[in-house]
Design a protein around this ligand. Structure first.
Ligand code: ZN
Ligand code: ZN
Length: 382
């Protein structure tokens, strides 16, 4: 099958810039993501195609190769991504989309002010922080605001982040005469290095702030509330722009990344928006049919109907009783898998009844096993 042109796939012009690529990708990926189109193989293929196109075009090197050689650039192990390894990328893609959007929505802006100051000034951007937040399946179901306690560096209020003792001044670094760099001759070469005394700042404080030792920031535990949206999945990152460590000597702060992990649940396993539960039922219920209730995550109960003649492993689907789908009004389903329990420790009377039952079985009672043993018999006869 001929592969479609990557620019056509994303519906952008050949010269499209990064922002245009990203926005085209985001729109299409949200539309065709398998989580939103369960069981739709066409959407899955489409999503794969979109992801591949975007993965190639967002990478300057790959894009240049693609522009020159087309798809041939990535064939025969030419550095492209093959069909393999698609699985893990799947899940990360959704979180990336999510993170992008969430970042924007949080008022972001952190991206533009990275590396504030630069050379000479020695104002340094604070580090990004990672906070691992474990939540229950119920919390993901309901969505909630979680208070987190983040040990971090915050701007020093005494010196307003400057690092200098209030009321004192600064003087030019005597080592480098305020240049921030020193030169040293080494053979024929003159080598320029960052000044070791002022670390490139070019100036020195007359007296460092006593509260922060001249760093302009202090260790502190910060309480933050994080909005965990309904339906959030295991492994999702939430970026809180500018909530990371304070910058050094008044530099811009870093970002805080909340890594969400979901605690395993006693009853439910989650797969995307769907939930799975295994429920043991008595052999007699499986044969005669019946009804029981399971608790659901909204705190209510749901009725599960067992059809007469239910086989082991058979599933009952409870529509709309799964997890909410992130940022939509959709909900997944709950699948109850029926495990049939064979009765044990039979009383004499029970045994009699089962033996009587066995004598009454006909071809129709156990069609599958009877058919199977017939097959075996034929094999032994050969
Ligand atoms: Zn201070
Ligand atoms: Zn210096």
């Amino acid at each position: 099958m001929a592969k479609r042109d990557f620019y056509d796939v994303l519906g952008v012009q050949k010269g499209a810039d990064e922002a245009a690529l990203k926005s085209a990708y985001r729109k299409l990926a949200m539309q065709h993501h398998p989580d939103r189109n369960p069981g739709n193989t066409e959407a899955e293929a489409k999503f794969k195609e979109i992801s591949e196109a975007y993965d190639t075009l967002k990478d300057g090197q790959k894009r240049a190769a693609y522009d020159r050689f087309g798809h041939a650039a990535f064939e025969n192990g030419g550095g492209g991504r093959g069909g393999a390894g698609f699985g893990p990328e799947f899940s990360s893609s959704m979180s990336d989309i999510f993170e992008d959007i969430f970042g924007d929505f949080m008022g972001g802006g952190g991206g533009q002010q990275r590396r504030g100051g630069g050379g000479g000034s020695a104002r340094m951007r604070g580090s990004d922080l990672r906070y691992n937040l474990e939540i229950s399946l119920e919390e993901s179901f309901l969505g909630r605001t979680v208070e987190v306690d983040v040990p971090t560096l915050v701007g020093c209020t005494t010196c307003d982040g400057s690092g200098a003792k209030p009321g004192t001044g600064k003087h030019s670094c005597r080592q480098c005469n305020g240049h921030g760099k020193v030169r040293a001759a080494q053979g024929f070469f003159t080598i320029e290095r960052t000044c070791p005394v002022c670390q490139g700042r070019g100036e020195m404080m007359d007296e460092p702030c006593t509260d922060c030792g001249g760093q302009g920031r202090r260790q502190e535990n910060r309480k933050l509330s994080v909005d965990v949206p309904k339906g959030i999945e295991d492994g999702t990152r939430i970026r809180l722009a500018n909530e990371g460590e304070a910058g050094l000597r008044g530099g811009p702060p870093g970002d805080l990344y909340i890594f969400i992990s979901l605690r395993p649940h006693d009853l439910f396993q989650r797969e995307g928006a769907d939930l799975y539960a295994r429920v043991p039922i008595a052999m007699t219920t499986a044969a005669l049919g019946g009804e029981f209730e399971v608790p659901t995550l909204d705190g209510a109960r749901a009725k599960v109907k067992v059809a007469p003649g239910t086989q082991p492993g058979q599933r009952v689907r409870l529509k709309g009783k799964g997890m909410p789908v992130l940022r939509t009004k959709d909900t997944g389903d709950l699948y109850v898998q029926l495990d049939i329990e064979t009765p044990q420790h039979l009383s004499r009377r029970q045994r009699e009844l089962l033996e009587e039952f066995q004598n009454l079985t006909t071809e129709k009672t156990n069609p599958t096993s009877d058919g199977f043993f017939d097959k075996l018999k034929k094999m032994f006869e050969v």
